[in-house]
Structures are given as C-alpha cells and as structure tokens.
Design a protein. Sequence first.
Length: 276
Amino acid sequence: MTDVSLGMPQLPAPDYPADVRARLEADARDVIARYPDSRSALLPLLHLVQAEEGHVTRTGMAFCAEILGLTTAEVTAVATFYTMYRRKPSGDYQVGVCTNTLCAVMGGDAIFDELKEHLGVGNNETTEDGKVTLEHIECNAACDFAPVVMVNWEFFDNQTPESAKRLVDDLRAGRDVEPTRGAKLCTYKETARILAGFPDERPGAVEASGGAGHASLVGLRLAKGEKPPAKVVSPRSSGYASDEPPADHPSSHDAPQQTSASDPAHPSGPVTEEEE
Ligand code: FES
C-alpha cells in the first residue's frame, strides 16, 4: 500500500492484541447477524471499534474491512465522511455547541467563544487532562431549546455561557451531570458502544428517552418473527382501522398515486409554443 500524499509505502495497520480481537470479533458477528447483507453493518462496526479505542484508528478500519470483506479504502471513505467518527484521540466528553443559525443568534456563538477561552482549546481540540473535547456542531433538531449544547450526544437545553462553563467544570471534576433530556451521561467510549447497537444499560435510559415509538418497533418485531402489530391510525388521516387500506388508497401512506407525468391536465416538461 502507498501513502499517496507522501509517496511513501505505508505499513500495514497493527492488529489488536489477541484477546481484544477475539472479543471484538464476537461482538461484530452479533451485529452483522442483524443485517441481510454484511456490508450494511459497517456503520455500527465503526462505532464498535470507536468504543474500543475512543476514536477510529487504522487498526479499527482494517478490522472492519477484513470482517466485512470490504477494502480499507471503502471503510476509510465512510469513516472520514461522518463527523460522529473521530479520527484522533479525544476526550472522555465530547462537548458540542450548536452554532447553526437559530442557536447562534440565541447565544450559541457566545457560548462557543467563552468555552474556548475558559478551556484553553480551539475547535476539535482536547483539554490537557483528556476530559473534554470541544467542537461546534450543526443543528441537532432541538432549535426550540436554543441555544443547545450536547455532551456525548445528550442534550443540554437553553444554555448560557455561565451554565456551559459550569457544565464543563463539573465534567472535568468528575461530578455527576444530568442532561436536560436522556439518561445519566456516560463516557464517549460507552456512548459509542450503545451506538453500535448494544443495550443501553444506564439506569432509567429507556424511560428518559421515552422508549422507541410504535413505528420503530415494527421492524424489530418482524425481525424476531413476531406478528406485526395492528396499524395505528394517524389522527390526521381519513382513518381506516383494518390492516387493509381502502381501494382509493392502494399505498400504505397518503402520497398521491398520480404524478404530473400521468395527469394530462398537468403535463410535465417545458411549455411548448402551442401551450403558450
Ligand atoms: S439551530 Fe441549534 S438545534 Fe437547531
């Protein structure tokens, strides 16, 4: 293999110690068995190797490639595309400040600037004690609670520069911190393992999240070979209670079956001279 940027041959990634590899292989087989096509397991497996080392290393990517029958280039392309995969050693707590438009104008920019000064780090940098990595993040669909800070993907709503500084001080001091929503915080490695698809065993985690919704659970029940639950009728729909949709709604949702291409009153394509 050649490192194109340097024109130097690149050494193969070192392997995990035998006991670590055996444990990761068992976990990986568990994850892969959930998918009809093994390559679909790449995203959770990247979380799995991130849970091992705190970031996605060359060793982790080589492991994913080998066990899924992919090339390291394919795995690298995915691992470097998504920002939830970290590529360098980072802190136990990933503190993300939303600086998208609404949070920014509601104080997110001020929070980020003050945290940088308070912690003595820049964007994507880690405090000297290895506890906190600061980053600015994009909108996490919690705009009603702007400005929002996330720690290891748990929400801290309606923050101020002062509350955010107290938050990072508590994290660095090892004091318990409660997110606005969600269960008690865990470390980044523990979070990565949950994201890999292993049970979230934090006390109260299911209750705090409200649990999975009906639609999310349908696929799980089907995968277990159980009968799918009865259809839930949306309060906004015309309301049909049986499992069979009426003849004028042949699809399971309410999307119109006719498109402009099949509707002579609304032909698609550019307007012709005759039509003008
Ligand atoms: S802009 Fe911050 S959560 Fe949407």
